[in-house]
Design a protein around this ligand. Structure first.
Ligand SMILES: Cc1cc2nc3c(=O)[nH]c(=O)nc-3n(C[C@H](O)[C@H](O)[C@H](O)COP(=O)(O)OP(=O)(O)OC[C@H]3O[C@@H](n4cnc5c(N)ncnc54)[C@H](O)[C@@H]3O)c2cc1C
Length: 376
């Protein structure tokens, strides 16, 4: 009889984990608290490591359908002066597909592989013996339970695994905006650009021919322009007014956090994604790391042929690296607090140093995720 995995959370981590196990012949059931996939109206950076996981899981073409490969990354001051430029034409692909497209590809892949997704199903905790508990007192038994229930993970907290939730003291407002036909060919319309004004910044990232992703980031205590105030942002970033004028007022708002846990598993229960290792979004790696660790979990459990040994090998192999990526992302975000001149100098050094690029993009480029197939 095939082994069973019960998964709390039908986000990027839970669906990727479910698909990785289903493709190894496991019986998979994902419990999602919402009535459908939680689709945010936003794009998501998927770097080389996440793309390789999608290829291995057989959903790459679907997941990035319509998305554009991005090769130019700029940083500009409020007056439009370019102070950072990276070209990404070598190894290390980056796409920013719609979250909807990514999640639907993972969902459809999971269902096609024989997995089950139960909506309106909300686990409230887990038992290290391999049980997922529900609010009505019922429970489900499995060879492996996965808590992929996000930053507020009930599974993690029920097992006492939370070590810290560190506030980043920064706020992000995420939206999608339409792209105009004339922006499909211009440098300005096709590049990723961070527009900086003091600690405040606007990120513009083309996703598809029709849509671009925009994120406004501000520090805690900075109430100017947050909630979104079009007039304020237009005056702040006149060079980016062509973006600001298209920003809708019903975007998604988040205070950013970094999560650390005592351990990635307890008994037969493992934590995947933000439940174990949420990070601020400054490297665009939270979702990518969730997929990498999900694939690695299935790989290690299969390779060792035993859940306990597989979990130990998984944590030993993946945790240090994941926490290092969290720390790099945190540090990058801390540059927002630095005086503008120092920050600009730091970005110039980052953009000009191959060593730093290799180190900071290591997550994205240098290390194939465990269990992923080799790049083509
Ligand atoms: C502003 C911002 C921008 C970001 N940009 C990027 C980016 O560009 N690239 C990138 O890689 N990452 C990015 N991230 C990070 C990325 O969104 C997360 O790391 C990723 O979504 C984590 O996936 P997850 O499945 O662990 O959690 P989630 O995506 O949070 O999914 C958890 C799921 O579990 C469900 N759930 C919660 N509790 C329960 C329960 N008790 N029972 C059942 N279901 C439950 C939720 O409804 C949800 O569907 C960003 C994050 C933020 C905040």
């Amino acid at each position: 009889m095939a082994q069973r995995v019960e998964i709390a959370g039908g986000g990027i981590g839970g669906l990727a984990a479910g698909l990785a196990f289903a493709r190894r012949g496991w019986r998979v059931r994902v419990h999602e608290q919402d009535a459908d996939l939680r689709i945010l109206g936003a794009g998501i950076y998927i770097w080389e490591n996440g793309l390789r996981v999608l290829e291995t899981l057989g959903v790459y073409d679907r997941a990035i359908a319509g998305a554009i490969r991005l090769t130019r990354r700029e940083r500009r001051n409020a007056d439009g002066t370019l102070f950072g430029l990276e070209t990404m034409t070598g190894p290390g692909r980056l796409y920013v597909p719609l979250r909807r497209t990514l999640l639907e590809a993972l969902r459809d892949g999971l269902v096609a592989a024989g997995g089950e997704i139960v909506f309106d199903s909300r686990p409230t905790g887990a038992d290290p013996a391999g049980r997922l508990h529900f609010a009505d007192g019922s429970s489900a038994e499995a060879d492996l339970v996965i808590g992929a229930d996000g930053i507020n993970s009930a599974v993690r907290d029920s097992l006492g695994l939370l070590k810290s939730r560190r506030p980043v003291h920064q706020h992000a407002y995420r939206v999608m905006i339409p792209r105009l036909p004339e922006e499909l060919t211009t440098e300005r319309g096709t590049a990723i650009c961070e527009h900086w004004a003091g600690a405040r910044r606007l990120l513009y990232a083309p996703c598809t021919r029709e849509h671009a992703y925009v994120q406004l980031t501000t520090l805690r205590g900075d109430d100017w322009g947050n909630p979104f105030d079009r007039g304020f942002w237009s005056r702040l970033l006149p060079e980016a007014a062509w973006i600001v004028e298209r920003i809708p007022e019903d975007g998604k708002s988040d205070w950013l956090e970094l999560v650390r846990v005592h351990a990635w598993s307890k008994g037969r229960v493992a934590l995947v994604g933000d439940a174990a290792a949420a990070q601020p979004p400054f490297l665009g790696q939270g979702g990518g790391m969730a997929m990498c660790t999900a694939l690695a979990l299935a790989h290690h459990v299969e390779a060792t042929g035993d859940v306990a040994r597989g979990l130990a090998a998984w944590e030993a192999g993946e945790r240090r690296f994941t926490e290092w990526v969290q720390t790099v992302s945190w540090t990058y975000g801390e540059l927002a607090r630095a005086p503008a001149g120092l920050r600009t100098a730091a970005f110039r050094i980052i953009a000009g140093s191959e060593w730093i690029k290799r180190k900071t993009l290591r997550a994205a480029v240098a290390r194939p995720p465990t269990g992923a197939m080799a790049p083509a």
